[in-house]
Design a protein around this ligand. Structure first.
Ligand code: NG6
Ligand code: CA
Length: 507
C-alpha cells in the first residue's frame, strides 16, 4: 500500500476497455453512421481520440499478448488464435502490464474475454498434445492470477469456443462437483451421445455458417466439444451484464478514500468485452434496436457497457482520478461463422470506415482500430494522429507509475506517455503489425509495406480482403488511407528501405 502524502502525486487508476472485433468505422466518433454509440462518443469528446492507433495483430490472441507483455506477438510462436484448451502462453515470470503496475502499488484485475490460454502447459509426453490437459474441475493453474492480476473473472477463450463457463479466479464459477466438465478439441467427437450443431440443427436458435458445428450450449453450437458442467454454463444474452457487474464491483471495491491518511491504492482494470465477436447474442434490451441485426445490436450493447462504467466512475467521483482507455483487439468481420445477417444488413455502414481489409487481414482495416484515452482534468480533449500501438502501454504506464522495466522485457514497447497524454503528436516512427498466421508488415511514418506473400487474396469463408499478393505492396497512408494505389513498382528505393526496415526487426 502506498500512503498518500501531499508531496507524492496520486497515481491515476487505469481502466482499459477492450472490444473484440470492433472496426475503425463502427463507432460514431470515427465516422460510423449505422450504430448509435453515444457513450464511446462521449469518451472521445471528453478525451483524446487517436486516429493512428493500432492493435499488434489482426486477430485476438496475438493482440492481447502484445498489449499485456509489450512484446510483438510473432516473437512467441504460440501467440496465434488459441483453442479453448490451450495452456497459458505468457510465462510465469514474464514482465506484464499488470505486474509492472502491481510493483507500483496498484491493485490489478481482469474481467471479460481472456483467450491467452489457461493451464500450466507442463509437458506430458503421454498426452496427445504433449502437455498436461486442463482439469476444469479443480483449482486451476496458469490463470491471469499467475501473471500479475490480483483477481480475475473471465471466459477462458472466446464466446464461440468451449468451455462455455466463467472462471472466477482459479475456479469454474457455479460448478456442481457432481457434474464435472470435460473438454475436447481436434479429432473425433468424444461425446457421441451429446447433441452437436452438425447433427442436431433443429436445436439451434442461431445457425452456423462455417465451423462452429460442435457442442451445443444455450442452443448455439460452438467450436470444440464439451460435456457436463450444466449448472455453470453461461447464457450468452446475460454475458454483458455479468461482466459489467464484475467490472463495476472491482472498481467499487478498490475505490480509495480521498481523505489523507487513508490507504491509497490505485487500481488497474483490464475490462475485455466479448462484443461484437460471434456468436452475437445481445440481451433483449438491445436485440433489434439498430436495424443492423445482431452485430449492430451487440455493438450497441457494448456501448451501454462503456456508459455503465463511465457512470460508475462519475458516481464514485473517480473521473479525474482515472485514465480510461477504449480500443479493440482487431478489425471488423461480418460473417465470422454464424448466419446472423451481418453482411446482409450492414447497408451503408462500413465497419472498417475508410480502411481496406478487416479482421485477419494485413491491410490497415485489420489492425488500425478505435483508440481513445480520457483523463478528465489532465488530458485536454482533442484529436491526435500520433502513431501508437497497444504494445506501448507497458513502457508508457510503467513510466507513469514510476517503475523500471527489466532490460530484456517488453522489448517492443515504447514509452509514448507524452503522446498518450496529448502533450505531443509525435508517436512511434516504426511499427510492425501482423495479419493472421503472424504474417508481418511494417509501417514507417506514413508508409506501409507488405512484403509479397502467396496465399488467397480473399479469406475462404469470412471473405476478408487478406492483403496477400504475389507482389510487394507499398502504400502512402497520408494520401491513400484506403490502400488503393500500390506504389511499390515505381518506388524501388522506398521498397528496399522498407524491406530492410522490416528485416532488421523481424529478421
Ligand atoms: C476462427 C473462427 C472465428 C473466430 C476466430 C477467432 C472458425 C471457422 N472461425 O478460427 O469464428 O472465433 O477464430 O477470433 O472457426 S478472435 O477474435 O478471437 O481472434
Ligand atoms: Ca478479436
Amino acid at each position: 500500500m502506498i500512503p498518500h502524502t501531499p508531496s507524492a502525486p496520486r497515481k491515476p487508476n487505469i481502466i482499459i476497455m477492450y472490444a473484440d472485433d470492433l472496426g475503425y468505422g463502427d463507432v460514431g466518433c470515427y465516422g460510423g453512421t449505422g450504430i448509435p454509440t453515444p457513450n464511446i462518443d462521449r469518451l472521445a469528446s471528453e478525451g483524446l481520440r487517436l486516429t493512428d492507433g493500432y492493435a499488434s495483430a489482426a486477430t485476438c490472441t496475438p493482440s492481447r499478448y502484445s498489449l499485456l507483455t509489450g512484446t510483438y506477438p510473432w516473437r512467441n510462436e504460440r501467440a496465434a488464435i488459441l483453442p479453448g484448451d490451450a495452456p497459458l502462453i505468457i510465462g510465469h515470470d514474464e514482465t506484464t502490464l499488470p505486474r509492472l503496475l502491481k510493483q507500483a502499488g496498484y491493485a490489478t484485475g481482469v474481467v471479460g474475454k481472456w483467450h491467452l490460454g489457461i493451464g500450466s502447459g507442463e509437458t506430458d509426453p503421454s498426452s496427445p498434445k504433449g502437455y498436461a490437459a486442463v482439469n476444469w474441475n479443480t483449482e486451476l493453474t496458469g490463470t491471469p492470477n499467475d501473471i500479475g492480476f490480483d483477481s480475475s473473472y473471465i471466459m477462458a477463450a472466446t464466446n464461440d469456443r468451449v468451455p462455455c463457463v466463467y472462471l472466477d479466479n482459479r475456479r469454474v464459477d457455479g460448478l456442481d462437483p457432481e457434474d464435472p466438465i470435460e473438454v475436447s478439441y481436434g479429432g473425433e467427437n468424444p461425446f457421441p451421445d451429446e447433441p452437436t450443431g452438425r447433427d442436431n440443427p433443429e436445436l439451434l436458435k442461431m445457425r452456423y455458417s462455417h465451423g462452429h458445428d460442435c457442442s451445443i450450449v444455450n442452443a448455439v453450437s460452438r467450436i470444440g466439444y464439451m460435456r457436463g458442467g450444466k449448472r455453470a454454463l453461461w447464457t450468452d444474452e446475460d454475458m454483458a451484464d455479468v461482466f459489467a457487474e464484475k467490472a463495476t464491483d472491482f472498481v467499487k471495491a478498490h475505490t480509495r478514500s480521498t481523505s489523507s491518511g487513508q490507504e491509497d491504492q490505485p487500481f488497474f482494470l483490464y475490462y475485455a468485452f466479448h462484443q461484437p465477436h460471434v456468436p452475437r447474442m445481445p440481451n433483449a434490451r438491445f436485440a433489434g434496436t439498430t436495424g443492423l441485426g445482431p452485430r449492430g445490436d451487440a455493438i450497441a450493447e457494448m456501448d451501454w457497457c462503456v456508459g455503465n462504467m463511465l457512470d460508475t466512475l462519475d458516481e464514485l467521483g473517480l473521473a479525474e482520478d482515472t485514465i480510461v482507455i477504449f480500443s479493440s483487439d482487431n478489425g471488423p468481420v461480418l460473417d465470422d461463422g454464424y448466419e446472423d445477417m451481418a453482411a446482409e444488413l450492414t447497408g451503408d455502414h462500413h465497419p472498417a470506415g475508410p480502411l481496406r481489409g478487416g479482421k485477419y487481414s494485413r491491410l490497415d482495416g485489420g489492425t488500425r482500430v478505435p483508440f481513445l484515452l480520457r483523463w478528465s482534468g489532465t488530458v485536454a480533449p482533442g484529436i491526435s494522429d500520433a502513431l501508437v500501438s497497444q504494445s506501448d502501454f507497458c513502457a508508457s504506464f510503467a513510466a507513469l507509475a514510476g517503475v523500471d522495466i527489466p532490460v530484456s522485457a517488453c522489448v517492443d514497447s515504447e514509452n509514448l506517455l507524452d503522446a498518450f497524454l496529448g502533450r505531443t503528436s509525435t508517436g512511434r516512427n516504426i511499427l510492425v503489425t501482423e495479419g493472421i498466421q503472424a504474417k508481418t508488415l511494417v509501417r514507417k511514418e506514413n508508409w506501409v509495406f507488405l512484403p509479397a506473400l502467396d496465399g488467397p487474396r480473399y479469406g475462404a469463408n469470412a471473405g476478408y480482403d487478406s492483403g496477400n499478393s504475389h507482389w510487394d505492396q507499398l502504400y502512402d497512408l497520408a494520401a491513400d488511407i484506403g490502400q488503393q494505389r500500390n506504389l511499390a513498382q515505381g518506388m524501388p528505393e522506398k521498397v528496399a528501405e522498407m524491406k530492410e526496415c522490416l528485416r532488421g526487426i523481424v529478421g
